[in-house]
Each structure stands twice: as structure tokens, then as C-alpha cells.
Design a protein around this ligand. Sequence first.
Ligand code: NAD
Ligand code: TYD
Length: 354
Amino acid sequence: MSNSNKILITGGAGFIGSHVVRRFVTTYPDYQVFNLDALTYAGNLENLSDLEAFPNYTFVKGDITDSGFVEDLFIEHDFKGVIHLAAESHVDRSISDPMAFVMTNVVGTVNLLNAARRAWRNDIDKHLFYHISTDEVYGELHNPEELFLETTKYDPRSPYSASKASSDHFVRAYHNTYGMPVVISNCSNNYGPNHFPEKLIPLMIHNVLNDKPLPVYGKGENIRDWLFVEDHARAIDVIFHKGKNGETYNIGGHNEWKNIDLVKLLCKIMDEKLGREENTSEGLIQYVTDRAGHDLRYAIDATKLKKELGWVPSLQFSEGLTKTVEWYLSNTEWLNNVTSGAYKHYYEEMYDRR
Ligand code: NAD
Ligand code: TYD
């Protein structure tokens, strides 16, 4: 690898990115960690306020769709590696505004690849472009025995997953065509602290706290495979340092839950934590119109990551979910801040539509 100690993490003010930035800044004092983030509705510097005093942490506000800005940044800093998380990440938003997903997820990724290629042209093999992707690129599963493997054919079915699949293809194309050293990981659904309250788990926590209905899409039969966000950050650390050039790694929790069962478990934990009578929160569940093109089931086989790089998830789901609920209960100010101001209008509009 290059002698530079500079690492660029994109999207570090978002949910997963903030946990990755914290892990790298606190575990590797010899790295200079740069967090590039446009601070969209999903990016929040409050997520990283504990890192402000760290001398090896720098925040850069900028948009990856701005090619000139991205190129200048790569020329100014000889980044040894890039961990690319910046993205539009919410499926429901991709249904109402697909172009924002094309811009950030596809154009933004290609801008980063171009800037890296130009800046690294004399010693490209000493660098690494690590692209963070999702299991949603593989489509949906129907056979209950089946799991997504690294070799599963891509079959994206939402504008979000189509944009992520496209970005994955560009990363592989730059590896094949220009010799760009790359790794890609495709992870299942994450949960944990700092998760923006429009995704399932934090939305339900927010609504229970505010005595609002809990909107379950369709019959609540859809299945997701949930992984605690710090386990994902640890997997990213392992893959960044030990992953093989050109390889793809699936990351997942072997932890499948039907949405309705997950929401009921969450309600039970919330009732206990809030000292409410049993089944109080469950009474808030409302079945609402299903998401258009709603993928039935996602489930990851993470055997390759376990066998080749020794990574396994560390937390049981009930433990991780309890930790998550406790975090939201002690961070009500964070929750109020992200659901107020400009975001409030969007949030209420989405909520009214359900
Ligand atoms: P998030 O929406 O919470 O955060 C995205 C971050 O990217 C925000 O800080 C936002 O400000 C920033 N960003 C958006 N557009 C930008 C732009 N044009 N320029 C610069 N910054 C921009 O997302 P997340 O849930 O933390 O997901 C991070 C990555 O992990 C994404 O690439 C996502 O596809 C992938 N992923 C997420 C999950 C999940 O369950 N959340 C699972 C697997 C993979
Ligand atoms: P989400 O957190 O949006 O993640 P993804 O769509 O990327 O898997 O949704 C997780 C599951 O929960 C998905 O099957 C859709 C469902 N869901 C609801 O039932 N109600 C909601 O209000 C939301 C946001 C999601």
C-alpha cells in the first residue's frame, strides 16, 4: 500500500458511515481519516460530535456529484484508500424520486472512481477503492432454503437497488479495465444507534415514543436479515485491511425476521423499558398499503467472510435490539433534532401518505 496514511470515508455523517468513521479514528491513531459528506437530510454531524477533538479526524463538506470538487480533493490529498458509503439509501424515497439515486449512487460513484484513477495513475496498485453495497442488488428470494451468495446473479427490483447494482458494476469495470484495486461488500439490513427514523426500526421506536400508529406495509410478511451496525463496521475494517483485490464479500447476520414479528418484539422491549403495561405498544400497529414492488425476502450467506477473513457477528438480535432501544431512549434530543426543522415537513408528508 501507498506510504500515505490518509483514508477517505464518504458518507461518514450518515448511519453506518458514522460508526465506520468512529471505528477507524479510534482504532487507528496513525491514520488521518477524512470524512467527506454533503450533509443531506440523512447526514448529521451530531453523530460524530465525540470525535471533534481527535487530531486524526477531518470533516470535509462536499457533494460527490460535483466532479471538479472530487478531483481537486484527490489531488490535494494522496488518499491511500477510499471507503465509499455515501449514497441515497431509502427505498421509499427511491420510488418517489429515482433521479436523486442515479445522481448520487451512480454518477457520484463514477466521479470518485475517475478522481481516484487520475490521482493514483503512477502507483494505482498501492491504493484501494472499497465500495460498500447492499444485498438488495440480488433481488428477492422465494425459496425459504435459499440464501444470497457472492455469485448470485444481480436482479435489482427497486430504483434504489438498481442504482446500487449499477455502481457495483462500475467499480468492477474500473478494476477490469483500468486495474483499479477494489473490494466490494454487500450487506444485509443494518440496525442500531443513529439510524435515521424513516427506516423500519427507528421509525417504530419514534412512533411508540410519540403514541403514533406503527405502519406495517402489506401483511407484514416480508423478511429481512438484520445485522447490528457495529458488527458491519467491524466487517468493513477486516475487509479493508485483509480483503483480496477484486473480491466481493457478503456480510449478514443469519438473522431473518418477518417484519410483523420484529415489530412485535420491538413493542415488547419498548413496553418493558417504558414501564408500560404488556401489549400497550402492539395496539399501535396498523397495516397500511404495501410498498410498490416490495421485495419478499432477503437473506445473506456470509460463509466466505467467515472462512476467509474470520468475521462473525458478535451480538444476538434481542441483545442488539435492546441496546438500540436504550440508545434512542437516552438520545431523545438527537431524535427530536432529526425529526424537526426542514425534515419535519417531509416526514409528516410521508406519514400522512400512509
Ligand atoms: P444514510 O442514508 O444513513 O447515510 C448516507 C450518507 O451519505 C449521509 O450522511 C449523506 O449526507 C451522505 N450523502 C448522500 N448523498 C451524498 C452526496 N451526493 N455527496 C456526499 N455525501 C452524500 O445511509 P446508510 O444507511 O448509512 O448507508 C450507507 C451505505 O451502506 C450506503 O451505500 C448503503 O447503500 C449501504 N448499505 C446500507 C444498509 C442499511 O441497512 N442501511 C445495508 C447495506 C448497505
Ligand atoms: P427499510 O427499513 O426501509 O429497509 P429496506 O427496504 O431497505 O429493507 O424497510 C425494512 C422492511 O420494513 C421492508 O420490508 C419494508 C418494511 N417497512 C414497513 O413495513 N413499514 C415502514 O414504515 C417502513 C419504513 C418499512
